[in-house]
Write a protein that binds this ligand. Sequence first.
Ligand code: SAH
Length: 217
Amino acid sequence: MNHLKDTFKHKGKRKILISELREKGIFDESILEAFDAVPRHFFLDLAFEEQAYSNTAFQIGSGQTISHPFTVAFQTQLLEIKKGMKVLEIGTGSGFQTCILGKLGAKIVSIERHRDLHLKAKKMLEFFNINAKLFFGDGYAGNKSYAPYDRILVTCGAPDVPEVLMSQLKVGGHMVIPVGEDEEQKMLKITKKNNDDNSILEFGTFKFVPMLERTVK
Ligand code: SAH
């Protein structure tokens, strides 16, 4: 947290990243603005600072990674967030994605199973003054006290779609979740219907760290 300095160099690199995201199909200007407003290098160790605006994933400790900027932008775009929506995020990680959702005006509940990551992310969210409730816990249980959610975002690779999370989604709401047991997962956007006939759209393959049960202290 001692390198929270945003220089012209950082800002310039961020502009380039944003134009790359636009070229790759991120058309929602409010998402691109959020990427401009949240310096990604604040979330990385000093050692990686130079490359913070390349489209790569980085170690953030506890064997976990901050997702590729494109992945963060793409999942966010699929969610179709509107101001004031209640969003549940599974896998807070560095808190970068949480901040992007916050800049879009979402009210966020985010869960992380690694205690140290949870604590670090909490500081970042306070720094950015983002309206989010961060919990240390197992995302497989979701968070019933704030349910139902307009949107649910899973940022780790799930073996299948957890029933509990579906039950915490509003009818008409979307869940964006990478699903697959192998190295790669299919990006799914599920829209909940009031019968069991949910609509499921597929958006290519991605690589996420696995969604694992139980917490790690
Ligand atoms: N959105 C994050 C991505 C972090 S990687 C970012 O931008 O930094 C995914 C995170 O999901 C990891 O931190 C991992 O510890 C967490 N995770 C995996 N399984 C989980 C579970 N069952 N509950 C909560 N978090 C989980």
